[in-house]
Design a protein around this ligand. Structure first.
Ligand code: C2E
Ligand code: CA
Ligand code: CA
Length: 749
């Protein structure tokens, strides 16, 4: 997890936000805490002011009553007339329920009279029931009222807060002390408002540190409530600066040991302190609820952010995976691509220490034709089905990849013992027909093989070599070829020829030779085949078998072919005129030439130039090449026929066309390939085939031409089969136009 966090910038960002949020949360909590405290102090202060007001009014009011009583008592001698004194006092306090009791005491503290208690009854000394000597002394000296400590008055059964006032004679001597006791229980009724929130506590504290009043009492008994404050509480408070108009705020431990916020004020007239407090614990609860809310919000925010980040991270991972997939796979078939295969091969060699491996380059033979005929989506579907058949070639020690187009590459650690059967398995995999859109078709492939480490140690070189071997295999069709160093030499030779061929025309290195064609029945010359020759200044004579296929790979064949046609027409036309003969002129035509857009136009221009050629010109088209685009070729062939130009199907028997399709083609001649003629007298099956071809052609009114006739036995056989025309070294080799001229002259002699 941590690795993930630190490893990816996205998660690092999340970590930053997380920590940032946490810090911000802590800061906000702290800020809120300060805020809460200051608000609470403010509230405490307001409550304190209010409480102080209540205390002031009450004490003033009770003091006023006390003053009234003392005036009247001075008039009668209350010691001598206790009944009358009691009556006066009772009359004045009768309507005030807050006054819990009243009485008279001697300056020494002995109670003389207590309201509601018969005058004859013996009364206790004040100091037996309350210990505030100091405050009593203070009252003796003071001109005004002095609030004393709250105490329990057993005679009345009540807790009272005493207000005392000394009554003096004219000489200023204290005669007695008059006392009013505020009934604590009654006084508490003034706190109706405060009972709404019992967390606020009010204290009245005497200057002797006694709690003389407290609300609420938090369930404590009066004995527990009206106590003297601990010294440590007092030590924490500095009273010296406190005046009637100021406040002191502090955090302190209260009488119950709780931590509270408190506001303290002073009531000078009665020399008491009024404190209002609020438990810190409660404040913490408030902070907690606020904090929890925010915590929840923060948590929600972080979770939402986390989910968003995760979604984004997943999306990114997904697209990364897809990119990776695309980088390593062929999108159409899902097979690994060349790059993956190279890596796999390198792994086999470097990591798995494979001592040897084979690299196979595979290519479909007629894919271009299929693509052109059925369309690209059809071709794609075919590639897909082929890849499916190849799928099981994937093993831990072998991989098949699509290189692009109809090319596949295979790498395998199989040894030389198994590689042949492996290649054959691949060929067999394609043998079963494919069915696409209800069309059934078969495909064939060629395979080029290179070996590591025998042929090369670098994968790149191996790939190149396997490709070279494939080229060789292609020439043989549907076959397998292994790389040999000669192939490399051949390749170099091919490049050499290709680059030189471009200049051959301009340098006048090309010439035409003519080979006679003899009518078998009469021995007369009925035609010549024009054959091209290339004599290079340095490379010497190069066979058309070598340079024509190279020219056919590029557009070079178009200019070479055009040259052959015009040169042959020109040279032979003069012979026709000179010899007054009407033999035919056969010129070889590449399918590429036939299908070129401008071909018919060029042909018409040629016919216009050489009017005699029409009716005597035969174009030879190689059977196997014609088949590749039969559809396009057929229309062109018809256009030729409509111009009265003969068509010869060359090299018949080497390609795929069957005898049955002969009647579809508008041909005038059929040239039986020289390979059949060569074995005519040795192979019985070949002889039968040649006989069949000749018979069939006769039925279709197609003339048969046998080429490569070298021996008298060939002539004999072919004559017996009824072959129309014979061509070969037996009669003459291809010769120059001059040689042909003298050849003709000899014939006429
Ligand atoms: P092709 O059209 O089959 O031409 C016949 C080839 O057989 C010629 O080879 C010829 O010299 C050879 N030949 C003739 N009689 C005999 C014989 O008795 N025995 C043997 N073994 N061979 C014989 P060449 O001239 O080397 O031409 C090779 C091929 O090059 C031609 O085969 C043709 O496909 C191609 N080619 C030649 N000239 C042209 C051209 O002007 N245009 C095109 N497109 N192709 C040409
Ligand atoms: Ca030919
Ligand atoms: Ca031929």
């Amino acid at each position: 997890m941590l690795k993930r966090l630190v490893g990816s910038p996205l998660w690092l960002l999340y970590l930053f936000i997380f920590i940032g949020t946490l810090l911000m949360g802590m800061f906000l909590l702290h800020y809120e805490w300060e805020q809460l405290q200051s608000e609470k102090y403010h509230e405490l202060k307001n409550k304190n002011i209010y409480e102080k007001e209540i205390a002031k009014i009450t004490l003033k009011n009770k003091g006023g009553v006390l003053y009234g009583i003392s005036r009247q008592l001075l008039a009668i001698d209350p010691i001598q007339n206790p009944q009358a004194a009691l009556a006066i006092m009772e009359a004045l306090v009768a309507n005030d329920p807050e006054i819990g009791g009243f009485g008279l005491a001697s300056p020494e503290g002995q109670l003389l009279l207590v309201g509601g208690v018969p005058a004859t009854r013996k009364l206790p000394h004040l100091f037996e029931i309350t210990k505030d000597h100091a405050l009593f002394e203070k009252a003796l000296k003071s001109d005004t009222f002095v609030v004393g400590n709250t105490f329990y008055m057993p005679l009345l059964g009540k807790w009272v807060m005493p207000i005392r006032s000394a009554v003096r004679n004219a000489q200023g001597e204290v005669l007695f002390v008059i006392i009013t006791g505020i009934d604590i229980a009654q006084y508490q009724k003034r706190h109706e408002l405060d009972s709404l929130n019992l967390n606020f506590t009010h204290y009245y504290i005497s200057d002797t540190a006694q709690i003389i009043y407290k609300f609420p009492t938090h369930g404590k008994t009066a004995q527990e409530t009206y106590v003297t404050l601990d010294e440590h509480i007092l030590n924490a408070v500095d009273l010296s600066t406190l005046t009637g108009d100021t406040f002191q705020m502090f955090r302190i431990q209260n009488d119950l040991g709780q931590e509270v916020l408190a506001v303290l004020s002073y009531l000078p007239k009665f020399d008491i302190y009024i404190a209002t407090s609020y438990p810190v614990r409660e404040l913490r609860y408030e902070l907690l609820t606020y904090g929890l809310q925010n915590l929840l919000l923060f948590a929600l925010f972080l979770v939402a952010l986390f989910l968003a980040f995760r979604l984004y991270a997943r999306k990114e991972n997904e697209s990364k995976r897809q990119l990776e997939y695309r980088a390593n796979h062929d999108i159409l078939t899902g097979l690994p691509n060349r790059y993956s295969l190279q890596r796999f091969a390198n792994q086999l060699i470097q990591e798995k220490q494979a001592p040897q491996l084979y690299l196979l380059f595979m290519d479909l033979d007629n894919f271009k034709q299929i693509n052109d005929t059925y369309g690209h989506s059809f071709g794609d579907e075919l590639l897909l089905q082929i890849s499916k058949r190849f799928e099981h070639l994937h093993t831990p020690s072998s991989m098949i990849a699509r290189q692009g187009g109809d090319e596949f590459i295979i790498v395998t650690t199989l040894t030389s013992v198994d590689i042949d059967s492996y290649c054959n398995t691949i060929l067999e995999l394609l043998q079963e027909p494919f069915v696409i859109d209800k069309n059934m078709l078969t495909v064939q492939c060629s395979i080029g093989v290179a070996h590591y480490p025998h042929d090369a140690k670098e994968i790149d070189a191996l790939l190149r070599y396997a490709d070279l071997a494939l080229y060789k295999a292609k020439q043989n069709r549907g076959r397998i070829a292994f790389y040999t160093p000669q192939l490399d030499a051949l390749q170099q030779r091919k490049h050499l020829i290709e680059s030189n061929l471009r200049h051959a025309l301009a340098k006048n290195e090309l010439t035409m030779l003519y080979q006679p064609q003899i009518e078998s029945a009469t021995g007369r010359l009925v035609g010549v085949e024009a054959l091209m020759r290339w004599n290079h200044s340095q490379l010497g004579a190069i066979s058309p078998m070598e340079f024509i296929p190279i020219a056919e790979e590029s557009d070079l064949i178009l200019s070479l072919g055009a040259f052959a046609l015009s040169q042959a027409c020109m040279q032979i036309e003069s012979l026709w005129s000179a010899s007054n003969t009407h033999f035919e002129l056969s010129v070889n035509l590449s399918v590429k030439q036939l299908l070129a857009p401008q071909f018919l136009e060029q042909l018409d221009a040629l016919r216009a130039q050489h009017p005699q050629a029409s009716g005597r010109l035969v174009l030879e088209i190689t059977e196997s090449l014609l088949i590749e685009d039969l559809h396009g070729a057929l229309r062109r062939l018809q256009a030729l026929r409509s111009r009265n130009i003969g068509i010869a199907l060359d090299d018949f028997g080497t390609g795929y066309s069957s005898l049955s399709m002969l009647h579809q083609l508008p041909i005038t001649q059929l040239k039986i390939d020289k390979s059949f003629i060569k074995t005519l007298s040795t192979e019985r099956s070949d002889a039968n085939l040649v006989a069949t071809i000749i018979t069939l052609s006769k039925n279709l009114a197609i003339k048969t031409v046998a080429e490569g006739v070298e021996e008298a036995s060939h002539v004999e056989k072919l004559q017996a089969f009824g072959c129309d025309i014979l061509q070969g070294y037996y009669y003459a080799k291809p010769m120059s136009i001059e040689a042909l001229q003298s050849y003709l002259q000899k014939l006429h002699l």
